[in-house]
Structure formats: C-alpha cells, structure tokens
Design a protein around this ligand. Sequence first.
Ligand code: GLC
Length: 508
Amino acid sequence: MPSSDVPSNWWRTAVIYEIYVRSFADGNGDGEGDLIGLRERLPYLRDLGVDAIWLTPFYRSPMVDGGYDVADYRDVDPLFGTLADFDAMLAAAHALDIRVIVDIVPNHTSSQHPWFTSALTAGPGSLERDRYIFRPASEEPPNDWESIFGGRAWTRTPDGEWYLHLFDPGQPDLNWDNADVRAEFESVLRFWLDRGVDGFRIDVAHGMVKEAGLPSVGHPQQIGLLGREPLPYFDQDGVHEIYRAWRKILDSYPGDRMAVAEAWASTPLRLARYVAPDELHQAFNFDFLAAPWSAAELRATIDACVEAADSVGAPTTWVLSNHDKARHVTRFGSPGIARAAALLMLALPGAAYLYQGEELGLPEVLDLPADARQDPVWHRSGGTDPGRDGCRVPLPWDASLPAYGFSTTGRSWLPQPDWASLAASSQQGVPSSFLELYRTALRLRRTFTGPLTWNDSPTDVLDFSRDGLRCVVNLSGAAVPLPTGSVVLASGDLPDGTLPPDTAVWLR
Ligand code: GLC
C-alpha cells in the first residue's frame, strides 16, 4: 500500500491502467517487455495520473497464451525478470503512490505445471488427475463443449483419457471440487499479498465451477470470450463460495486490498452477485465495452450497470479497451469518437480501466504478418480469426528511436507500424493530443463526486451532471448548441458555441 495513504476504498473511484507487460517497455533489449522496463516508465504513469496499475501475468509460463498459461504461480518468468525485479517495481510504484494489482489465473494451469505433468504420469483414477477434469477413455469426447479459442474443449492423453480445456490444450481446466486446488490458490493469494500487492484481477472468474455431470450444450458455436447465453461451464452458483473465502483472506490484510473479476454473466444482476459485499470488490463491465456508439444504447447500458452495482453497494467499472479486444479507435472507426468516448467514460461514477496505449490513441494493428502472430486464437481458427495480437503491439515511446524506444536495441516481439506521430514523445505537451486529453481528464476527474443525474437533452445527445461536472456528448449527426457553463475540457473543437457531432464536453 502506498505509505502516504490511509485506507479509503480507493478502488471505488480509481483509474486503473492495464499493463500488458510483454508490450509495455523492454528494459533488457531482448524485444520483450519486462519488469525492469516497466519500473523505468512508472514516472510516465504518475504524470498520466493513474491510481493503480494491473499487470497481466508475468509468472513462469511456456507462453502458449501470452502467460495466461501459468506453470508456477509463485515465480516470475525469466522473460519478464525475477522476483527481485518484481519487488523493486512494486516498491517504486508505491513510492509514486501507484497501487499494483496482479492477475490470478485460477480456471486453468499450464500443461507444463508440475500438477499436470504428474497427473499425466500418475494415470487414470489417480489423486493427481482429480485436480483436473479428466474423463475415461472413449471414442467420442465426454460432451460437446467447445474451446473458446476454437475447436473442441477436450484433448486425449496418450492413455486415451480426455481432459477439459476451455481455452488452449496447453491450459487444462482445474477441478475446483478438489480441496488441493482451493488450498493452493488461497496460498497463492497470500504469497502475493505478503509481498505487498494491492489486489488481484481474477481471470475467467465465472469459469471455475462447472455444472454437475458436465451436460452438453446442444449446439455448436457456443461462445466467444464474452457471451450472454447461460452455459454449463460459466457463471455457476458454486463459484460464489470461492469468492467468499477469498474475500476473508483479502480483508485479513491491512491496507484496503481488492479484487476485480473478469466475469461474464447473462445479465447485469447476475454479474452483480460477484460484487456482493462479502465477495469481490469489482467486476469488469463489458456491456459498456460492447455497446455501439449510440446514445440510446449507451444510456441504457449505463443505467442498467449503475442500477445493478447499486443493488449490492458496489461501484460500477467502465472499460473501453483491453488486451483481448480490438482497440476502440478502430472499433469506433474514428479517433474523434474514441476521444469523446474517453471523456464520457471518465465522467461516469465508479472506477475506470484504461488499457496501455489508449491514452496515445493507438489503433488496432490490422496488418501483422501471419508469421509474426502468436495468439492461439489465430492458430486454432486456422487463420480465419485474426486473434488479439493487433492490440498487443509494443508501445511507441519515442519517435526518434528504433522500435520507438520500446527496447534499448530496437527489437520488438511484434512489428510496430509507423507510429512516429503517435509516440508519447510526439504528443507530450501538445494540447490537442490524446495524451494531454487523458492527462487533463484524469486530473479533473478527481474533483467530480456523487451519482449521475440525466439532464433533458436533444435526441441522440447524452447530458448528465454530477457534483462538479456536467458532461454532454453529441452522438447525433448535427451540431447542437453548447449548454451554458464554463468549458473545462472538450474532446474536439467547439466552433461558434456549438457542440459538433461525435464530440464530448465537460462543463462547470
Ligand atoms: C482471459 C484473458 C485472456 C486469456 C483467457 C484465458 O479472458 O483476458 O487473455 O486468453 O482469459 O486465460
């Protein structure tokens, strides 16, 4: 916990910045981002004004799924550094008043995890196999479940048994009915809490418990990473008991530690169950990320999410981009809309999650060469789905350096496009830039408090007030008159007292 801070439910209003460690900053010149590189760039994050960072997995891993295939939950992969590098980074972040959240991957391990390799050796019926979801040898797989990355969710072992993997075959699902599994993750949480982390992001938090008997779904094309249909492998009631146990562990530590669920449920109210007072603190709000640029749809989404979170006393969260989704500049098809969307998100009550590079206005990289792509989604779909590498291209820091300063040697694990004009160095101090828009927005945001009230507005204009703020976003096709009040920030020009289409303004 940052020393200067008194515990205060900081996470309720925080801006939390996601760091895809491999692509953030490379400190040793091998073309792969690492913990030393991250530590060196912490002052940039302080200047940006974030409250916390969330690091994607940096644990020992064969990197089949970018580190979401963990072989040792208590060590740093040599690609990213050492435990000492982690401790140094954590101390440096805390010295800058930046909290640190780490990713926990409890639905599956890597197939290289010692538990899985010993399960394979120990054979059918063994205690070792009971930690995973094995089923007896048969011609056909045990049910029709599909891998979220494509293909079926079952793979055969050499002795003919099947094992379940909702993701890649290199990510076998754990059996959360097994007491070893529960005890191990409670111990892993304590390991990182003892080191001083401020919280956890829980990967696939809705996936750990499966419906008894593993019934078939009954149809193909079951789900992408984030879907809505109730499924026998997602959002089962039994998962909540796990989080009640985890919450007790978090609460037993000083300093306001928290956890945020990557969970997907069929309705906002089912999602709210993950953030009940005795469970987790937050859940990502993917409805907002998935909403189209439409005033009616955004307003309905905002209202539903605020209401659901209020029903359990939890803060809402907002997210526009992450390491699994196409960057929102590209999704919206326009940097101008992305700027307006950012001001909309950052004006809303609750916590906001930023994804590295969105403050630079980076677009999705659509033309990565096939041989550079690494995402299992690309490989398992036979190249029909481009996968998620396009939002994971290493950041451009300095327009004048090789690899835009991402690494000291100019190496980069994914090729970067011509990003000179988007590099942080090109935007720094330029008032009209993305970076300065985000910096100003994050600074002003701290002065807004209270819930949101909608104001009357023309069709397709979102207009709401909170204490200290009025936010107006024009999603219609024509300019509208600017409401009275003094403008403190705008996502674009405001010619002749009007608010042009696809523009947002903050007024006092
Ligand atoms: C989560 C992660 C994603 C990963 C998957 C499997 O959805 O965000 O990147 O591939 O879980 O662990």
